[in-house]
Design a protein around this ligand. Structure first.
Ligand code: SF4
Length: 360
């Protein structure tokens, strides 16, 4: 049986149940999910499916991430809710490619782990499969492992197995609507323009789950817990000196400006810090930045292109600021300017949660 796989939370339990029910069947996993957005989330779910299949000793094939194709089919239905026509089209696409794959490799049966997801319509899945199985001459295996307490059992298995438990179905449309309903900031759509990995971003989660694999390889015991914290995202930053835009500047994270714009000048330089005459803004030179972080950046342009780690920036802010939870802008410059300075800064500080690893 070729088993189309959507994510580890659904597949681990579903595959275990299939192994119990059909001990003599050879199961082949097929991860084909071009609906998943952003791409780093796709890589994260794939990473966890690879770990799960390895544990269950199941061969895994990986389909193409043909997102553009999937997007063309569904984009006009962006505003629809889950279990709508958009989801039916999404199932059609994933099952069609899975059935095609099954015929190519000589498998006569196909099923999907989507059947066990409590948020999916089994009727829609059966309908999609019925329409396609004749076309590809492949039998669809329907299994309902979610009834009679199956969903609760699945939830326990996912906790026990420390699976990556995503909190949205997968596509950008579902995610946008869900975050709107939850009134939660959609930070999955924001990434830095340089290589810095943002706190609690999908990229950071990908690193986190990769690290988890490394621990397992080294037989180090761990548990995954969550903690609440204040997160930060920068949307826009510009600085003008005597009306000329200065590219050689770098705002440290957690820099905020209430009205998003201000004008003024550096009125005081005390020690290595320049103090602006408005909005509690501080300036430090790249030289001082290098000294505090033991770095060797030629200038702030080089720093912007290869920033230090997010956590290191937080530590630096703590060294420069005297107040805890200081949100004043701290701007790294190549040298202090004595002209008229205009600053545009648009950012957000918001409550968030992230997973942490505890070693046993
Ligand atoms: S909500 Fe889920 S099933 Fe529906 S279109 Fe998006 S990814 Fe597909």
């Amino acid at each position: 049986v070729l088993v189309h796989i959507c994510c580890s939370v659904d597949s681990h339990f579903f595959l275990e149940e299939l192994q119990k029910k059909y001990p003599d069947e050879k199961l082949i996993g097929y991860f084909y999910d071009p609906n998943i957005h952003p791409y780093s989330e796709y890589k994260l779910r794939l990473l966890d499916v690879q770990r799960s299949c390895k544990k269950l000793n199941i061969e895994l094939l990986v389909g193409e991430y043909d997102f553009d194709e999937w997007y063309k089919l569904t984009q006009h239905l962006y505003n629809e809710k889950e279990k709508s026509t958009r989801c039916k089209i999404c199932f059609d696409k994933r099952l069609q490619v899975s059935m095609k794959k099954a015929s190519e490799i000589g498998e006569s049966k196909v099923t999907t782990t989507l059947l066990v997801s409590p948020l999916k319509s089994q009727q829609q899945l059966i309908q999609s499969a019925k329409d396609l199985s004749n076309e590809y001459n492949v039998e669809f295996v329907f299994e309902d492992f979610r009834s009679f307490g199956g969903t609760n059992l699945q939830s326990s298995v996912s906790k026990e197995e420390k699976l990556y438990r995503q909190d949205y179905c997968g596509c950008m449309f579902g995610l946008i609507n869900q975050r709107k309903e939850q009134n939660i900031f959609l930070d999955e759509f924001i990434s830095s323009i340089n290589k810095q990995i943002l706190s609690a971003s999908v990229d950071e989660r990908l690193e986190f789950y990769q690290k988890r694999l490394d621990l397992e390889e080294q037989n180090i015991e761990y548990v995954i817990r969550k903690e609440k914290f204040l997160n930060y995202r920068l949307f826009n930053f510009k600085m003008f000196v005597d009306k000329e835009q200065s590219l050689h500047v770098y705002p440290l994270i957690y820099s905020t400006l209430k009205r998003k714009k201000t004008k003024g000048k550096i009125e005081l330089i005390a020690g290595d810090i320049g103090y602006f005459n408005r909005e509690e803004i501080k300036f430090i030179t790249i030289e001082y930045f290098n000294k505090l972080t033991c770095s060797d950046f030629k200038d702030t342009l080089e720093l912007s292109q290869n920033p230090i780690k997010y956590q290191e920036e937080i530590k630096l802010r703590e060294v420069i600021s005297t107040a805890s939870y200081d949100l004043s802008p701290i701007i790294v410059v190549d040298q202090f300017h004595d002209g008229k300075i205009e600053i545009e800064l648009d950012s957000l500080v918001y409550e968030d949660t992230k997973e942490i690893l505890l070693y046993m």
